[in-house]
Design a protein around this ligand. Sequence first.
Ligand SMILES: Nc1ncnc2c1ncn2[C@@H]1O[C@H](COP(=O)(O)OP(=O)(O)OP(=O)(O)O)[C@@H](O)[C@H]1O
Ligand SMILES: [Mg+2]
Length: 281
Amino acid sequence: MTGSARIPTALTIAGVDPSGGAGVLADVKTMSALGAYACAVIAALTAQNTRSVTGVFGVPADFVRQQIDTLFADVRIDAVKIGMVGQAPVIGAVADGLIAWQPAHVVVDPVMIAKSGDALLERAAVGALRERLLPIATLLTPNLPEAGVLLESRAPDTIREMRRAAERLREMLAHTGPRWVYLKGGHLPGGDATDLLFDGDRMLELAAPRIDTRNTHGTGCTLSAALAALLPQSADVPAAARRAKAYLGAAIAAADALAIGHGHGPVHHFHALWPVPMPAA
Ligand SMILES: Nc1ncnc2c1ncn2[C@@H]1O[C@H](COP(=O)(O)OP(=O)(O)OP(=O)(O)O)[C@@H](O)[C@H]1O
Ligand SMILES: [Mg+2]
């Protein structure tokens, strides 16, 4: 990391997916695999497996704020990732908390729908997300349908439309200091999984071969958590983004070794740390 040898700390503010493939558990695994000490503030509980979300139980907004204040009062946090927040009052509590504590990096993953197709953000909360979380984001990581919702237009479905969407999303972020849009192209059909990174000036394309697997539960959570873990350890945002994308690609490539559940299984967060299992004799 830059400056000192201290291990960086990263915080996820998100929901719990008991299957461990997405949400807070995936974030903690990702941050741990990437050399950051992980902390977590729970914004919602879900009843969920690799096939569907059967229930969402929101944490009261004032208790979310209490978790944030208690943690920041004691622990130095280098980067924050915001994932599933669920409801407008929770969004308000998170925004107020982070405005008070001013962490250097705030990655906002505007989670709206699970890979299974289930809603993770109340419709009424989209306005709150736009008005309260976009202004505090230093890095916004929508997928293509989320970009469409935020821009009140249809989801981009070509690289050219993605470029235009990245430009328009950047306009929605604060105009003070460096702010980046990382637009994820996982939903675009085609040979490569191509993402765009834009700061209002530079438009960078991050492409990786599309891996043929159904085990892509939590790819978005994993990417934003990797960014939060790597930003304090990287020279700049593009360097962190390239490392996060490479880590995720390797985690997707190794996903089938896990074979968890019967739907969209998780990616392999510890692919670089665990031995490859031997086939049973
Ligand atoms: N099959 C794949 N092979 C390689 N990379 C992929 C694949 N699917 C998605 N990606 C990459 O994974 C990251 C997450 O993209 P995606 O668009 O799937 O996010 P998401 O929809 O938010 O995911 P989630 O449903 O988990 O929230 C991006 O970097 C994308 O390019
Ligand atoms: Mg997502």
